[in-house]
Design a protein around this ligand. Sequence first.
Ligand SMILES: NC(=O)c1ccc[n+]([C@@H]2O[C@H](COP(=O)([O-])OP(=O)(O)OC[C@H]3O[C@@H](n4cnc5c(N)ncnc54)[C@H](O)[C@@H]3O)[C@@H](O)[C@H]2O)c1
Length: 309
Amino acid sequence: MSAKKKILVTGGAGFIGSNTVKLLCDYGHSVKVIDDLSFGYEKFVDKRAKFYKASIVDEKILEKALEGVDVVMHFAAFSIIKFSFDNPLSYIENNVINGVKLLESMRNAGVKKIIFSSSASVYGEPKEIPVKEDQIKKPMQPYGASKLAFESILNAYYHSFGIESVSLRYFNAYGPHDEQKPPTRAVPLWIKGALAGKSVKLYWGGKQFRDYVFVKDIAEAHIAVMDLPGCNIFNIGSGSGVIMRDVLEEIVKITGKKLEIIDQGERPGDPMKLVADISMIYKSVGWKPKTNLHDGLVKTIEYYKKSLK
Ligand SMILES: NC(=O)c1ccc[n+]([C@@H]2O[C@H](COP(=O)([O-])OP(=O)(O)OC[C@H]3O[C@@H](n4cnc5c(N)ncnc54)[C@H](O)[C@@H]3O)[C@@H](O)[C@H]2O)c1
């Protein structure tokens, strides 16, 4: 267990950020959160954390928020893949340029470490499954390209300015607090549909092969890599693949509801197979996920049952 740290979490009112903030507080770290609430919710921010409602480009607030900080965990980004086709420029601006502004504020404040939320979408359609970190990267959407660009910038900031970094390429995250505006991800849409007894939609007949990782395991990964020196990149997944249709069947089984399933056919930018090789992070810091898909879905369904009341 790493020594108690002062951590600034950008995007800590969002889905994965807010779960990580809670875990950091549980472990006794001192946590500050900066989020402009463009997509997050203040109610998701753990009360033990200090909250700044601001954008990461607000230099004045950031200067205050970065005071005394050991590590920045950078979740803030535009994360809805679909919209990156409609407005690629805004994705590059927020996910790359604003990220560089954050790095410059870190440099001014003398903060030397950042953990970055990257994505499996950097790979595009991988040649081999499970995909290892050094496989060729060919992102298929502006979103994936923005994540790959920022990883590259982090490499440059390490060699140029000594800012250490860990880029964590999450595969398919699921769990409590996944409340996109508007919702686009399959698991929450399917759970909400099942609980309401409504029809649910899937693409490609639900045949895509994916790697679902529970959000608390992702949060644990951030804590596991906090003391790692240098400039590192790791996959964060469960390490085993599942056909999306089977995830839906599992939700149907757990909720005990019958659903009408509508197949929407093909969708651009969707790789057919995306499963992580997670051996590198395990060898490096001993992280592996603890929650299997069934247990993670049970917890997620419990959350939505309560939140929809
Ligand atoms: N959810 C996934 O499956 C997944 C997979 C791979 C990578 N990621 C990445 O993980 C990170 C977190 O994803 P999420 O699903 O929690 O998304 P999210 O949209 O729930 O959280 C992002 C948060 O960042 C905030 N934000 C955005 N731009 C900001 C800015 N300029 N200044 C301050 N706050 C800003 C939003 O208000 C939101 O609360 C993102 O970087 C996303 O790209 C997510």
